[in-house]
Each structure stands twice: as structure tokens, then as C-alpha cells.
Ligand binder design. Sequence first.
Ligand code: ZN
Length: 186
Amino acid sequence: MPKQLWLMVFIHEDLSDYPYRDLRDQFDWLISEIEDISGRQMTLTFVPSSNSPELSSYDYKNSDAASALWGWYDKIEAYKASSTFKFDDNLHKFLLLTRDNINSGVAGIAAPTGHYAIASINHRAPAHEVGHMFDARHDDYEVLYNGWWDETIMAPGSGFSSLRGNANRFSDKNRDNIREYLEQFD
Ligand SMILES: [Zn+2]
């Protein structure tokens, strides 16, 4: 059996009063999709802000989104170092989920194939950034016609077009990218 995947979603303190069920809705289809693609089980853990004040209070708003991501990386490395669990950066991913965007132009950011990302709850940012961590790419997004034109999750840009809907899935090419990325690992 291949090893399981694990997505830990740290709820920023600015979302502490947000309905939990609404947060789950953004992730349930995503977990099923990645499980189908990879043939692995994927565990989703929401970490309430009260359980990790050090991480959930992270000051993520930054005119330089890359700086925000590096700061988050430092937090995650400290968190991993303080744990007795041996994390695998290829399979265990850490997302900071926030109420607001990082800045006026950036709703989320991830290191491609990295284990750390930040995403606001806006539009498709959480699924998009999780996609990046599993090697999904902007170039391989598609517009699907299903009575209307829907963009798949890795469409670049602000992540919202009033003329196109959201296909809550990855394109076939990105499904292949995710599968090939994960096939490298036991
Ligand atoms: Zn992107």
C-alpha cells in the first residue's frame, strides 16, 4: 500500500468565527479528487486557531507575497521540529487558510511541489494552492464546456471570471501531473 497523504489546514485566527461547515465544503471534493487520482488515502485535518496560536496568528498580509510565504515556511519548519512525528515533505502538506487575501492582487501562494502554502477562502484559492503543492500547473488548466464554460482549478490569475464558472476538478493534464508527482514516492 502506498503511504497516505495528509493535508493539515491551519485556520487563521481571523477565521475563528467562520462556520466550520463552509470551510469543509471547499475541501471535501478536493480530497476525493486527489484520492481518485493517486489511489492513496488522504487525511484532512483542520487545526483550530485555538490549538496552534503560534501559527494561526501569523501576519500573512504582505505586499510581497513571496515574503509572506517564506515567513510561513519558517513557522512550519519550527512546528515540524517541535513535533515527534516524522513528517514527509512530499506527502504531508501544510496550508494556512485565511479570511483575506495576502494583498490586493494575490489570494494565495504556494511553493510548487513544496509542503507549505497560504490561501484565502476566496473563490478557488485553497484548492488551487493545494494543487501547486502536488505539482499541478497553470499551463495545464482547461476550460470545459458543460452547458457553460467552466475553468478547471489551476486557471491562473485572480481566480474569478464573471463569464466562466468553476469546474471543481483538475484538468486531465493536471490529473496526470499530480499522479506522476506522487508516483515518485512510496
Ligand atoms: Zn497558481
